[in-house]
Write a protein that binds this ligand. Structure first.
Ligand SMILES: [Zn+2]
Length: 138
């Protein structure tokens, strides 16, 4: 089935390394070379020490469910998937990312999902954009 959800519009100046990695199945994160901390979302200034020395590296794509919510209604392409689960993921390398969580049954929400290990996977949206999602793997 063709990807029918909103497609992110890569911003060449600040996020191109992320999209280039995603196309190869790699989860890229920005990291400050002064304080060595990874951050999400991508910025040109480190949110921790305000350095402008940012590099991109291939992260593990692993993390844990921080919290979640069941979305009973949605619009556009997402309406086809409702109900589904959105979640914040604590990334192994640090910081937190928002996702649609996979590998869980949205009709049976369970607080035991909090802390579950997750792994990134990518959906091809078009020739250039691969969208990351996280799936519960334990
Ligand atoms: Zn820093």
């Amino acid at each position: 089935m063709a990807y029918n959800k909103p497609i992110p519009d890569p911003e060449p100046y600040s996020t191109q390394p992320f999209w280039d990695g995603a196309k190869q199945g790699k989860f890229m994160l920005p990291r400050c070379t002064d304080c060595n901390r990874a951050h999400w979302y991508p910025r040109i200034i480190c949110p921790f020490c305000h350095s402008r020395n940012i590099e991109w590296f291939e992260a593990s794509g692993e993390g844990w469910v921080h919290t979640f919510a069941v979305q009973a209604r949605a619009f556009g392409g997402w309406a086809d998937e409702a109900p589904f689960v959105t979640a914040y993921i604590d990334l192994k390398e640090g910081d937190r990312i928002f996702t649609v969580l996979r590998g869980v049954d949205a009709s049976k929400p369970d607080l035991a999902w909090v802390g579950k290990k997750v792994k990134v996977e990518f959906d091809q949206a078009n020739d250039d954009v691969f969208v990351p999602f996280w799936r519960v793997v334990d």
